[in-house]
Design a protein around this ligand. Sequence first.
Ligand code: FES
Length: 169
Amino acid sequence: MTPAQDKPEGTTRRGFASWVLMFLGIAAGYGLGALHFFKYLVPLRQERPSREMFIGTLDTFPVGATRTVRDPRGQEIMIARITDDAADRSRNFRALSTKCPHLGCKVHWEAGQDRFRCPCHEGIFDKQGRAVSGPPAQENKDLLEFEVRVRPETGAVYVMVAEEARYGA
Ligand code: FES
Protein backbone atom coordinates (compact mmCIF):
# COMPACT_ATOMS: atom_id res chain seq x y z
CA MET A 1 0.00 0.00 0.00
CA THR A 2 1.26 3.48 -0.89
CA PRO A 3 1.13 6.38 1.65
CA ALA A 4 -1.74 7.90 -0.31
CA GLN A 5 -3.71 4.71 0.17
CA ASP A 6 -2.95 4.77 3.96
CA LYS A 7 -4.74 8.16 4.31
CA PRO A 8 -7.63 8.35 1.90
CA GLU A 9 -8.74 11.87 0.97
CA GLY A 10 -12.09 11.61 2.81
CA THR A 11 -10.46 10.66 6.10
CA THR A 12 -8.09 13.63 5.92
CA ARG A 13 -10.96 16.09 5.36
CA ARG A 14 -12.93 14.53 8.19
CA GLY A 15 -9.92 14.74 10.45
CA PHE A 16 -9.35 18.37 9.57
CA ALA A 17 -13.01 19.21 10.21
CA SER A 18 -12.80 17.48 13.59
CA TRP A 19 -9.73 19.51 14.54
CA VAL A 20 -11.45 22.73 13.50
CA LEU A 21 -14.58 21.89 15.49
CA MET A 22 -12.55 20.88 18.51
CA PHE A 23 -10.52 24.08 18.28
CA LEU A 24 -13.68 26.19 18.04
CA GLY A 25 -15.22 24.35 21.00
CA ILE A 26 -12.14 24.89 23.16
CA ALA A 27 -11.90 28.55 22.11
CA ALA A 28 -15.61 29.11 22.90
CA GLY A 29 -15.24 27.35 26.27
CA TYR A 30 -12.19 29.36 27.30
CA GLY A 31 -13.77 32.55 25.93
CA LEU A 32 -16.91 32.08 28.04
CA GLY A 33 -14.81 31.23 31.06
CA ALA A 34 -12.71 34.36 30.55
CA LEU A 35 -15.86 36.48 30.13
CA HIS A 36 -17.36 35.19 33.40
CA PHE A 37 -14.06 35.74 35.18
CA PHE A 38 -13.88 39.31 33.84
CA LYS A 39 -17.47 39.99 34.93
CA TYR A 40 -16.56 38.63 38.37
CA LEU A 41 -13.60 41.00 38.58
CA VAL A 42 -15.41 44.04 37.14
CA PRO A 43 -19.13 43.73 37.85
CA LEU A 44 -21.27 45.65 35.39
CA ARG A 45 -22.87 48.70 36.94
CA GLN A 46 -26.55 48.03 37.31
CA GLU A 47 -28.92 50.94 37.57
CA ARG A 48 -30.90 50.65 40.76
CA PRO A 49 -34.56 51.34 40.03
CA SER A 50 -35.81 54.59 41.50
CA ARG A 51 -39.21 56.09 42.08
CA GLU A 52 -40.85 59.34 43.07
CA MET A 53 -41.67 59.85 46.73
CA PHE A 54 -44.28 62.54 47.44
CA ILE A 55 -43.12 65.11 49.98
CA GLY A 56 -45.73 67.87 49.73
CA THR A 57 -47.02 70.66 47.54
CA LEU A 58 -45.53 74.01 46.63
CA ASP A 59 -48.15 75.97 48.60
CA THR A 60 -47.42 74.04 51.82
CA PHE A 61 -43.64 74.28 51.43
CA PRO A 62 -42.57 77.94 51.77
CA VAL A 63 -39.09 79.22 50.98
CA GLY A 64 -36.79 78.51 53.93
CA ALA A 65 -38.80 75.50 55.13
CA THR A 66 -37.18 72.10 55.54
CA ARG A 67 -38.70 68.66 55.73
CA THR A 68 -37.08 65.35 56.63
CA VAL A 69 -38.25 62.05 55.16
CA ARG A 70 -36.98 58.47 55.02
CA ASP A 71 -36.56 56.64 51.74
CA PRO A 72 -37.68 52.96 51.40
CA ARG A 73 -34.21 51.86 52.53
CA GLY A 74 -34.44 53.90 55.73
CA GLN A 75 -32.04 56.62 54.65
CA GLU A 76 -32.95 60.04 56.01
CA ILE A 77 -33.22 62.87 53.47
CA MET A 78 -33.54 66.54 54.31
CA ILE A 79 -35.37 68.65 51.73
CA ALA A 80 -35.10 72.42 51.85
CA ARG A 81 -36.85 74.98 49.69
CA ILE A 82 -34.16 77.50 48.86
CA THR A 83 -35.80 79.80 46.27
CA ASP A 84 -39.13 80.72 44.70
CA ASP A 85 -37.91 80.87 41.08
CA ALA A 86 -40.92 80.11 38.89
CA ALA A 87 -38.78 79.35 35.82
CA ASP A 88 -37.69 75.95 37.11
CA ARG A 89 -39.55 74.79 40.20
CA SER A 90 -37.46 71.65 40.69
CA ARG A 91 -34.47 73.92 41.30
CA ASN A 92 -36.37 75.55 44.17
CA PHE A 93 -35.37 72.59 46.31
CA ARG A 94 -32.28 70.91 47.64
CA ALA A 95 -32.53 67.32 48.90
CA LEU A 96 -29.51 66.00 50.79
CA SER A 97 -28.74 62.91 52.80
CA THR A 98 -28.33 63.60 56.51
CA LYS A 99 -25.67 60.88 56.71
CA CYS A 100 -22.17 62.27 56.99
CA PRO A 101 -19.93 60.87 54.24
CA HIS A 102 -17.03 60.64 56.68
CA LEU A 103 -18.15 57.98 59.17
CA GLY A 104 -21.93 58.16 58.90
CA CYS A 105 -22.99 60.39 61.81
CA LYS A 106 -26.12 62.46 61.38
CA VAL A 107 -25.58 65.99 60.12
CA HIS A 108 -27.77 68.86 61.31
CA TRP A 109 -28.92 72.01 59.56
CA GLU A 110 -27.82 75.17 61.33
CA ALA A 111 -30.21 77.76 59.95
CA GLY A 112 -28.46 80.68 61.66
CA GLN A 113 -25.18 79.83 59.95
CA ASP A 114 -26.63 78.58 56.66
CA ARG A 115 -24.72 75.32 56.86
CA PHE A 116 -24.86 71.65 57.80
CA ARG A 117 -22.71 70.49 60.68
CA CYS A 118 -21.63 67.01 61.70
CA PRO A 119 -21.05 66.93 65.47
CA CYS A 120 -18.83 63.82 65.45
CA HIS A 121 -15.65 65.39 64.02
CA GLU A 122 -16.80 68.93 63.20
CA GLY A 123 -17.51 68.27 59.55
CA ILE A 124 -19.01 71.39 57.97
CA PHE A 125 -21.00 71.54 54.71
CA ASP A 126 -22.41 74.60 52.96
CA LYS A 127 -26.11 74.85 52.10
CA GLN A 128 -25.44 73.11 48.77
CA GLY A 129 -24.08 70.10 50.68
CA ARG A 130 -20.46 70.75 49.70
CA ALA A 131 -17.89 69.82 52.35
CA VAL A 132 -16.04 72.97 53.41
CA SER A 133 -14.06 71.89 56.48
CA GLY A 134 -13.24 68.98 58.76
CA PRO A 135 -12.60 65.37 57.68
CA PRO A 136 -15.24 65.37 54.86
CA ALA A 137 -13.54 68.36 53.21
CA GLN A 138 -10.11 66.74 53.62
CA GLU A 139 -11.48 63.62 51.93
CA ASN A 140 -13.39 65.69 49.34
CA LYS A 141 -16.71 64.05 50.24
CA ASP A 142 -19.91 66.07 49.86
CA LEU A 143 -23.36 65.15 51.17
CA LEU A 144 -25.24 62.80 48.88
CA GLU A 145 -27.81 64.71 46.82
CA PHE A 146 -31.20 63.53 45.56
CA GLU A 147 -33.16 64.78 42.56
CA VAL A 148 -36.34 66.73 43.22
CA ARG A 149 -39.21 66.93 40.72
CA VAL A 150 -42.15 69.30 40.75
CA ARG A 151 -45.31 68.73 38.71
CA PRO A 152 -46.21 72.21 37.37
CA GLU A 153 -49.87 71.33 36.82
CA THR A 154 -50.50 70.26 40.43
CA GLY A 155 -47.57 71.76 42.37
CA ALA A 156 -46.79 68.33 43.81
CA VAL A 157 -43.19 67.90 44.95
CA TYR A 158 -41.36 64.56 44.78
CA VAL A 159 -37.90 63.38 45.72
CA MET A 160 -36.38 60.59 43.65
CA VAL A 161 -35.36 57.67 45.86
CA ALA A 162 -33.85 54.25 45.20
CA GLU A 163 -36.18 51.29 45.45
CA GLU A 164 -35.69 49.01 48.40
CA ALA A 165 -33.01 46.41 47.73
CA ARG A 166 -34.61 43.11 46.67
CA TYR A 167 -31.80 40.72 47.45
CA GLY A 168 -30.40 42.18 50.61
CA ALA A 169 -27.91 44.38 48.76
S1 FES B 1 -18.60 61.40 60.93
FE1 FES B 1 -19.03 63.39 60.26
S2 FES B 1 -17.17 64.42 60.40
FE2 FES B 1 -16.73 62.40 61.01
